[in-house]
Design a protein around this ligand. Structure first.
Ligand code: ACM
Ligand code: ZN
Length: 518
């Protein structure tokens, strides 16, 4: 029984349970959508069709509500010719379905579908189990996003963080400022590492999600029990928007969407009331598109060089009697946060955008792994935190830096005092896309590390992890999704040279080598 993520309790019994054509299935009405999905998956797997019955008694497969089970948890009991699935809510039942999918190896082309008799009890360790996707540096549209969401749901991840605005592109329809979807959504080239060198090419990159596409995607994710958290990164990482509306920068002189990666000194002016209104107007339109209560305001990597030399920013600082430009950022974030609060949203910021005077209401997404002590301190003081330490959770890094084992080794609660562990909402992996230019590369970076993310998020025991990942790879084979076939091997030699090649010679180096693996 090789399941990702490994359920908390599995007991095996003698004998086997076989699903045959015309077997009966019963479901309480609350779980009928999941039971129907189960029947559909069986049909898709090998043509087996189930017969729904109104009475529990004669049914061979039974989905029932059991209010004693904690929310999002589930129990599966398969014995003596029956399969009973219970949970207290639809989410828990949906997770049971994902386990059944693997238990019966529905991606493996079997006839008949069968599994060992067993008892499974399972529950997620963390409520927040996320994956961040950057569609700014390179644009990935609905088809790719839906595939990512499908993979997430299979391993029971439940939050997709969509990075919608950055220096290199603005990627969501905004009606009030049309230039955000012309000027800001296109750049004329990119920094690339290929053919043995790093340079800026002349290939345009453009695109954005329309409001209609977002509505479709929200509905799609809703069926998979995935919430979407939009991010509009500000005041830094905002060059694309400023290229369209340079009057909202400090200098008024931001002329083009950025082609280089890294950090720009040009950030949104915090002294200009119209710039603040610009920010509020954008987040208003974005907030209306996403029903989930969390909204990401970025806040990372915002150098204060421009603010230090800006008349309006200096004036704001003195009017507010602030001690530093960092405090000005905390003030700025708070203004936008209070506005978002009126729209029913809570705000997340990257940890380097959170200062002493930042509202305690702001959730921290901790990405600077070397500042782990700061994360522990913040969590111990009650700040809600999402753990994304870069060397464990940045899946844009090559496997030579962030191996499958490295991802799996994260313990987000380590060092956090027991009474404060509830402040750690969960974990999130990131897929920054500077060097992810194609869908193949995206899935190569994601798979199978997504399996490890899921095990950390779900709190699975480590035992048998590699064997389970190898087994789960058949899903990627079946779906035709590119994955790192060598990720399960411990790479002892050559990591430094691969990393150097990735950085200096060809950012697709690992993907290219992967193509040679049979
Ligand atoms: C980040 O990686 N700049 C959040
Ligand atoms: Zn300014």
């Amino acid at each position: 029984m090789k399941i990702i993520p490994q359920p908390h309790k599995i007991e095996k019994f003698a004998g086997e349970f076989v699903i045959e054509n015309n077997d009966t299935i019963y479901s309480d009405s609350a779980f009928m959508p999941v039971a129907k999905l189960f029947a559909q998956l069986l049909h898709d797997a090998n043509g087996t069709d189930l017969v729904f019955v109104d009475d529990m008694e004669p049914a061979k497969i039974i989905f029932t509500v059991d209010s004693v089970i904690q929310p999002d948890a589930y129990i599966i009991m398969i014995n003596q010719g029956d399969a009973a699935i219970s949970a207290s809510n639809e989410v828990g039942c949906f997770y049971a379905l994902q386990t059944l999918r693997q238990l019966f190896d529905m991606d493996g082309n079997h006839t008949p579908l069968a599994c060992k008799n067993c008892y499974i009890e399972d529950y997620p360790k963390f409520g927040y189990r996320g994956l961040h996707v950057d569609i700014c540096r390179h644009f990935f549209g609905l088809d790719t996003l839906k595939k990512i969401a499908d993979l997430m749901s299979r391993v029971k991840l439940n939050k997709m963080h969509l990075h919608l605005s950055d220096d290199q592109g603005f990627r969501v329809q905004i009606d009030k400022y049309p230039l955000l979807n012309t000027v800001a959504s296109t750049r004329s080239g990119s920094e690339v590492v290929t053919g043995g060198k790093r340079f800026v090419d002349n290939n345009p990159v453009s695109g954005y999600l329309t409001k209609q596409e977002i509505a479709e995607f929200v509905e799609y994710c809703n069926a998979l029990h995935i919430d979407i958290i939009p991010e509009i990164d500000m005041p830094g990482h905002f060059v694309a928007a400023l290229a369209a509306y340079p009057q909202f920068s400090c200098t008024g002189e931001v002329s083009s969407v950025r082609k280089l990666w890294g950090i720009s000194k040009d950030i949104l002016c915090a002294g200009n009331d119209d710039a603040l209104q610009f920010a509020k107007d954008i987040v208003t339109e974005v907030a209306q598109l996403f029903p989930y209560e969390l909204f990401h305001l970025g806040g990372d990597e915002a150098p204060k060089d421009r603010w230090c030399n800006c008349k309006l920013c200096k004036q704001r600082l003195s009017e507010l009697k602030l001690a530093s430009f960092d405090e000005l950022q905390a003030w700025f974030v708070n203004e936008v946060r209070l506005h978002l609060q009126t729209l029913g949203k809570q705000v997340i910021c990257w940890n380097d955008g959170i200062y002493n005077t930042t509202s305690p209401e702001v959730i921290s997404q901790h990405w600077l792994g070397f500042k782990r002590k700061a994360m522990i301190r913040a969590a111990n003081h009650g700040r809600k935190t999402i753990a994304s330490p870069n060397f464990h959770m940045y899946l844009d890094y090559p496997y030579s830096i962030t191996s499958l084992h490295k991802v799996r080794s994260l313990n987000p609660l380590k060092g956090v005092k027991r009474t404060a562990q509830g402040s750690i909402l969960g974990v999130e992996a990131t897929l920054w896309s500077e060097y992810i230019r194609t869908e193949d590369r995206l899935f190569f970076n994601l798979c199978p590390r997504i399996d490890a993310v899921s095990e950390v998020a779900w709190g699975s025991k480590h035992k048998g992890f590699i064997a389970r990942v190898k087994h789960h790879n058949r899903v990627y084979d079946q779906l035709g999704i590119v994955y790192n076939k060598r990720a399960t091997k411990r790479q002892i030699f050559g990591r430094i040279s691969t990393t150097l090649k990735w950085w200096k010679k060809d950012s697709d180096i690992e993907l290219i080598k992967n193509r040679e693996v049979k």
